[in-house]
Write a protein that binds this ligand. Structure first.
Ligand code: SF4
Length: 711
């Protein structure tokens, strides 16, 4: 135990709020304010404030568990690791390398994400690796890459938001998901800027807006096209910018002009005068931003939907200009870094493409392997989960709880049960861990050092403040121990800084270049924005050693808080319009399923709730799911506040108490997705996939409601 305060970061969302950990009288730690970290300036939400509770919780796992006669029972680490290594070797020997799969998480540190990707490709030789971040930001990433040649959640720091003229916040509710971020939007309004919120629900964030547009779920694409149509019709385009900094305008313009405002009103339910008002507010100031989150992104047309909002930014000359542009508010703690370092099915470290021969050569050299031996891209997250028990026989899962968080969750649960062998690393017995053949108890955020990359692309250092309890090991130790058992003795260090040094070399020269970032810089500078290449004469060589990054005598790269100001990351330096058109959701309401379901989050819970449901204070604040519905819908159903309501989709049925509010569209119901069991919202959701990003359609499906009569 250290005696002074340890500056570190919250284990939960993508804001990665800074906090200090100080010793507590019970031998643990408590959270204290850390005002020097600019993102949250000391503010924390309830999740961050209570994060230490799980460190000493009695529900925490401190011994490996192995399944014996159908029950999970405590076992030694040696036995547990032997069983996992044996199962992986058996699956590989009997069915080939791709019979082994690896599933990661957007909460894993950069070091773990990197090591997990390397473990899958080098030790197992499998192409079957993806992570739950696919369910978070993949549509925005695909659209950003298509338009700008590079995806970084926000291409500018949060501090730019209060200084812009107008923000359109699409399908994002920071009041619930990341409350300390709300101040950026209140300051925007205090400074005279305007806030437009697009959300089918009148959320606490929408309450703050100058204009709230409430489209039918699944129609954000049409809404963006309608706005672009009006921008053109009202001659509000920035022709010089379009000419000098973009390509593809004519095709995108033609697509938008086919979406007349009246047609868009019919699709979205947003009246034409409100569309006009949005255009006026967005175009009037010199600078403006569009920020998206899961609302438009978690759709089977999520990539095109985000593309349509990017087109609006490009047509009005907003992207790549000071205080302007498009950005995505990533959700998970390391959703950004998690996708940059190799646990995504199609990525190598440094955000390199797995299909790029030069990228394969570079990373293979760092790893000391033959590039031709590296597997190619594997299945996306849902497709991987769907293949469990068929050609995938054994799964190693780290930092994820798909029994609650995956779409069509009952089916995913069944696929997990059908595996020959499931190994889970977690801190508690999550609903997914409860199905495992072996569960490994791992260290928590405050007990280990590592880096994450927040939603701004700011790499930050989490520091160890506490000695882990006996019986747990870090994920890095697990990968080291498994690799050794599978015949790879070297290349999986257990020291996070050593892993980071290798990550620097692997990322050098890639789009997400971390080669100029060191632990020392992160500690001294309160985070560094990527790309941050090492100076040419001090660049870390691929094969060994480390570049100086911050050694004296070299000019240190300052990092890149703002991207695209001079040029975009495309070959010709211009942003690309992508022509997109409206299309219906994969499921539209019909006679049998006449209502739309959309899902989301509440402030006291995080993701699948595996951690936050086990924190007393958070559980008391948000003890269970609910079905939010409009009074007219409730009256038709004959349901009063608190009555149990069954929501039925083509995939299953969930029951939760009614929460009646006029702040939701009468054709839509909302359920938060943090809980398992009878009220599991993801029992209902549709796994229809976006053709580009492979994002499932979490945000819209057709359901019917049934009143549940209590006995
Ligand atoms: Fe943690 Fe996010 Fe809450 Fe900040 S907003 S304290 S990072 S959960």
């Amino acid at each position: 135990m250290q005696i002074s305060a340890t500056p570190t970061h919250c284990p939960y969302c993508a804001l990665q709020c800074g906090m200090n950990l100080t010793p507590a009288p019970d031998g643990g730690v408590r959270v204290a304010e850390r005002a020097d970290f600019p993102v949250n300036r000391g503010a924390l939400c309830g999740k961050g404030r209570t994060a230490p509770a799980l460190l000493s919780s009695r529900v925490r796992l401190t011994s490996p568990l192995v399944r014996s006669q159908g029950r999970l029972t405590p076992a030694s680490w040696e036995e547990a690791l032997d069983r996992i290594a044996g199962a992986l070797a058996r699956a590989r020997g009997e069915h080939g390398a791709d019979a082994c799969a690896v599933f990661g998480g957007g909460g894993l540190t950069n070091e773990k994400a990197y090591a997990l990707g390397k473990f899958a490709r080098v030790v197992l030789g499998t192409s079957q690796i993806d992570y739950n971040g696919r369910f978070c930001m993949s549509s925005a990433a695909a659209a950003g890459n298509a338009a700008f040649g590079l995806d970084r959640g926000l291409p500018f720091p949060l501090e730019d938001i209060p200084r812009t003229g107008c923000v359109i916040l699409v399908g994002s509710n920071p009041a619930e998901t990341m409350p300390p971020a709300l101040r950026y939007f209140t300051e925007l309004r205090d400074n005279g800027g305007t806030l437009i919120v697009v959300d089918p629900r009148r959320t606490r964030t929408a309450e703050l807006a100058d204009l709230h547009l409430a489209p039918r779920p699944g129609t954000d694409l049409a809404l963006a096209l309608g706005l672009l149509h009006l921008v053109v019709a009202e001659a509000r385009t920035d022709e010089a910018y379009i000419r000098e900094r973009t390509t593809g305008w004519q095709e995108a313009r033609a697509a938008a002009m086919a979406h007349w405002p009246e047609y868009v009103e019919r699709i979205t339910g947003v009246p034409v005068p409100r569309l006009r008002e949005a255009v006026r507010l967005f175009c009037a100031p010199e600078s403006a931003m569009v920020l998206t989150a899961r609302g438009p992104e978690q759709q089977a047309k999520g990539t095109d939907t985000v593309g349509a909002w990017i087109n609006l930014c490009l047509a009005t000359g907003r992207a790549g200009r000071p205080l302007s542009g498009y950005g995505c508010l990533t959700g998970q703690g390391n959703g950004q870094g998690g996708r940059e370092h190799g646990q995504k099915a199609d990525q190598l470290p440094g955000y390199r493409k797995l299909t790029d021969p030069a990228a394969r050569r570079h990373v293979a050299e760092v790893w000391g392997v033959d590039p031709d031996g590296l597997p190619g891209p594997g299945r996306s997250a849902y497709e991987l989960l769907d293949a469990l028990g068929s050609d995938i026989r054994t799964l190693l899962l780290m930092g994820s709880n798909p029994v609650v968080s995956a779409p069509r969750a009952a089916h995913v649960e069944e696929r997990l049960r059908s595996l020959d062998f499931l190994a889970v690393c977690d801190v508690v017995l999550s609903e997914t861990a409860a199905l495992a053949d072996v569960v490994l108890p791992v260290t928590q955020w405050a007990e280990e050092t590592g880096t994450t990359t927040n939603l701004e692309g700011r790499v930050v250092l989490r520091r160890r403040a506490l000695t882990p309890p006996d019986g747990v090991r870090s994920d890095l130790e697990v990968l080291h121990d498994l690799a050794a058992r599978l015949g790879v003795e070297k290349g999986f260090p257990t020291d996070p800084e050593e892993v980071f040094e290798e990550l620097r070399r692997a990322s050098a020269g890639g789009p997400a270049d971390y080669s100029g970032i060191t632990y020392r810089r992160l500690a001294e500078e309160n985070g560094v924005f990527w790309p941050c290449p090492a100076p040419a004469d001090s660049a870390p060589a691929p094969e060994s050693g480390s570049g100086s990054g911050s050694e004296p005598g070299f000019e240190v790269h300052p990092g890149t808080p703002r991207l695209f100001l001079d040029r975009f990351a495309t070959e010709d330096g211009r942003a690309r319009f992508v022509p997109v058109t409206h299309r219906p959701s994969a499921e539209e309401p019909d006679e049998e399923y006449p209502v739309l379901l959309t899902t989301g989050r509440v402030v006291a819970q995080y993701q699948s709730g595996a951690q936050t449901r086990r924190v007393e204070e958070l559980n008391a604040a948000a003890p269970g799911p609910f079905v939010e519905l409009h009074p007219r819908l409730a009256a038709r159903l004959g349901a009063a506040e608190g009555d149990p309501v069954a929501v039925v989709s083509r995939r299953g049925r969930a029951v939760a108490p009614a929460r009646i509010t006029a702040g939701i569209r009468p054709d839509t119901v909302f359920m938060p997705f943090h809980w398992p069991g009878e009220g599991r919202a993801n029992t209902l959701t549709n796994p229809a996939l976006d053709p580009t990003s492979r994002m499932p359609e979490f945000k819209v499906c057709a359901v019917r409601l049934e009143r549940v009569r209590e006995e």
